[in-house]
Design a protein around this ligand. Sequence first.
Ligand SMILES: [Zn+2]
Length: 81
Amino acid sequence: MIVEAERWFKLGDVKEAPILGWDKSDKRLCFYCGKSFAKHGRCETLEVYYVVCPGDYIIKDVEGEFCPCKPDIFEEIYEKL
Ligand SMILES: [Zn+2]
């Protein structure tokens, strides 16, 4: 399967994807990456939203939906064309 993916590091990256900035006053630390939530993004889909960690890959699926994926998992599943 071929997917399109781009890495997201900060607001404004992966322009095509509906990623909003996280609440800047949120001082909690992310369970996955240990960074402050203020540095994260929110990827909105119709029913749910995903937390996007800095450095996550944003995958565009065949239906045009975007889904974040942790880099270690991504690199295990996919290889670069
Ligand atoms: Zn994180």
